[in-house]
Design a binder for this molecule. Structure first.
Ligand SMILES: NC(=O)c1ccc[n+]([C@@H]2O[C@H](COP(=O)([O-])OP(=O)(O)OC[C@H]3O[C@@H](n4cnc5c(N)ncnc54)[C@H](OP(=O)(O)O)[C@@H]3O)[C@@H](O)[C@H]2O)c1
Length: 276
């Protein structure tokens, strides 16, 4: 099993635990007996989940509210985990949102914030915890990428690029970790019914057939199964999602871009809406 066995002094650090896929991954890890460190910005949500997991699974669960796009806040998070005497043996980078506005019309600071969360925070947390895992010879990294990272997405520019970054970073890491006892798995869901649909408003997703939608419980279940098997990459949600989005990874841009341009027509029109 590539997922390390639970230990009283070890923790599974789960970011994005206040909602959606992150919350389900935290539930899945707690159900396997892992103590969990729950991270997101909404403290009350994390408190509720911690209470639920302690009661249902009799595991240690501590909420540490953190804005992960803030480097100082990440420093405080790491210090807090250390001061509690906890060793991070499972790291789930789940926090995220997406900007669905064409880049030329988008807000510079919002774009930077998105990259800080989706790219910088992932690299930071992986860099903090991977070396210790290698030294101890056990650990698992679980990074949330997306099928959005399989091709360029006009109208969702830096989100897709960031998810592509996470995918390639994780796949290379998986290989670099070979033989160390530590694994890295990139999780690439298609559309998932979570709060993401309200916070990020990917209107194109409404055009996609119901068949390719997943619920967060299924995504977490498939993801943890893949982690247990030490898989490099997983497209959770079953065959329709794999068949619907998988080929885009290997198709040239001249084939994918005309299709994504059609699909993202509403997002692309947002450029006109925000122009003076
Ligand atoms: N839903 C989809 O269709 C879909 C598809 C493919 C990939 N994904 C990816 O899967 C991951 C989870 O998404 P989801 O669908 O579960 O969305 P969600 O329900 O909206 O959850 C997003 C999580 O990220 C946290 N978060 C956002 N900004 C943060 C910040 N600055 N600092 C700390 N935490 C922050 C949110 O918590 P707070 O608001 O409390 O901070 C929340 O817990 C994301 O990386 C997303 O890109 C989603």
């Amino acid at each position: 099993m590539a997922l390390p066995a639970p230990d009283p002094d070890s923790t599974a650090l789960v970011t994005g635990a206040s909602s959606g896929i992150g919350r389900e991954l935290a539930r899945g890890l707690a159900a396997r007996g892992h103590g969990v460190t729950l991270v997101a910005r909404r403290a009350e949500r994390l408190e509720q989940l911690a209470a639920e997991l302690r009661e249902q699974h009799e595991v240690r669960a501590e909420p540490i509210p953190t804005d992960l796009s803030d480097a100082d806040a990440r420093e405080r998070l790491a210090a807090e985990i250390e001061s509690r005497g906890l060793t991070v043996e499972v790291l789930v980078n789940g926090a995220g949102y997406g900007i669905y506005v064409p880049f030329p019309a988008s807000d510079r600071e919002r774009e930077l914030q998105q990259v800080r969360l989706l790219v910088e925070a992932v690299v930071d947390l992986d860099a903090r915890y991977v070396p210790g895992m290698v030294k101890r010879g056990r650990g698992a990294i679980v990074n949330l990428s997306s099928t959005a990272g399989f091709q360029a997405l006009p109208g969702n520019n830096t989100y897709a690029a960031a998810k592509s970054f996470v995918l390639l970073h994780t796949e290379a890491l998986h290989e670099e970790l070979r033989g160390t006892g530590v694994t890295a798995t990139a999780v690439c869901p298609g559309p998932v019914a979570t709060e993401f649909q309200e916070t990020s408003e990917p209107v194109f997703a409404d055009k996609l057939p119901k068949l390719v939608w997943s619920d967060p419980e299924r995504v977490a279940r498939d993801a943890l199964r893949a982690v247990e098997r030490g898989r490099r990459t997983v497209i959770p949600g079953g065959a329709p999602v794999r068949v619907g989005f998988g080929p885009n990874r290997i198709m040239p841009a001249r084939l994918t871009i005309p299709v994504t341009r059609q699909l993202m027509a509403q997002e692309l029109r947002r450029a006109r809406a925000v122009q003076p």
